[in-house]
Design a protein around this ligand. Structure first.
Ligand code: GTP
Ligand code: MG
Length: 196
């Protein structure tokens, strides 16, 4: 699947701008700066495909990328408050509407920073996905950053959070876009969804 070329399709700022729900779709959600856009670039092998940056709040639209018969979707980060309140509220509303109301959304990859673990806003998104019965799977990002003892502790916290949510897919994928680790595992998970 990932041998094929991925292309940017469109950026969406309102629910009525979404492309027709005519194919399987997976999205990447998580707090600002967790590494969503960078992960999409690592997955597709195209460095500048999704715009990444060290400035939280980089991605401000729901960005659709085509990959064969699939949509990969890069979301704005949640829990970021530095933009004007009105703007943040608008993103959050759109994000929630999208996450709970997209019929073809097959799985949400919920990215968690390996240094920070599950935060309150992550719990909120887990609850939302759970009540919308949307399967989500945790992807740890930036595993190149913490010591392995720190990572173990963080992972324990993630497992505890997942245990509360039946919509959670139990396997946690550990990635580093920097080192390239875990990328093939995540590709395989997406390819499996696409072939089901
Ligand atoms: P928003 O669009 O603001 O929500 O952020 P995002 O989640 O898309 O994060 P983005 O991909 O823009 O990355 C944020 C920063 O984290 C960038 O400076 C990346 O280079 C860095 N980063 C992403 N993945 C990794 C990783 O695996 N390891 C390390 N060390 N840094 C990473
Ligand atoms: Mg981004």
């Amino acid at each position: 699947l990932f041998a094929q070329n991925s292309e940017f399709l469109k950026g969406v700022v309102a629910m009525d701008g979404l492309p027709p729900a005519d194919r399987l779709e997976v999205c990447f959600a998580g707090r600002s700066n967790v590494g969503k856009s960078t992960l999409i670039n690592a997955l597709t092998g195209r460095k500048g495909l999704a715009r990444a940056s060290n400035t939280p709040g980089r991605t401000q639209e729901i960005n659709f990328f085509t990959l064969a018969d699939l949509y990969l979707v890069d979301l704005p980060g949640y829990g970021y408050a530095k933009a004007p309140v009105k703007v943040v509220e608008k993103w959050q509303r759109l994000l929630k509407a999208y996450l709970s109301g997209r019929a073809t959304l097959r799985r949400v990859f919920l990215l968690i920073d390996s240094r920070h673990g599950v935060k309150e806003v992550d719990q909120e998104i887990m609850k939302l996905l759970n009540s919308a019965a949307v399967t989500f799977q945790v992807v740890m990002t930036k595993t190149d950053k913490p010591k392995s003892s720190e990572l173990d502790k963080i992972l324990q916290g993630v497992r505890e959070a997942l245990a509360k949510h039946p919509a959670a897919y139990p396997e946690i994928i550990l990635t580093s876009s920097e080192k390239g680790s875990g990328i093939s595992t995540l590709r395989a998970a997406i390819a499996r969804l696409a072939s089901e």
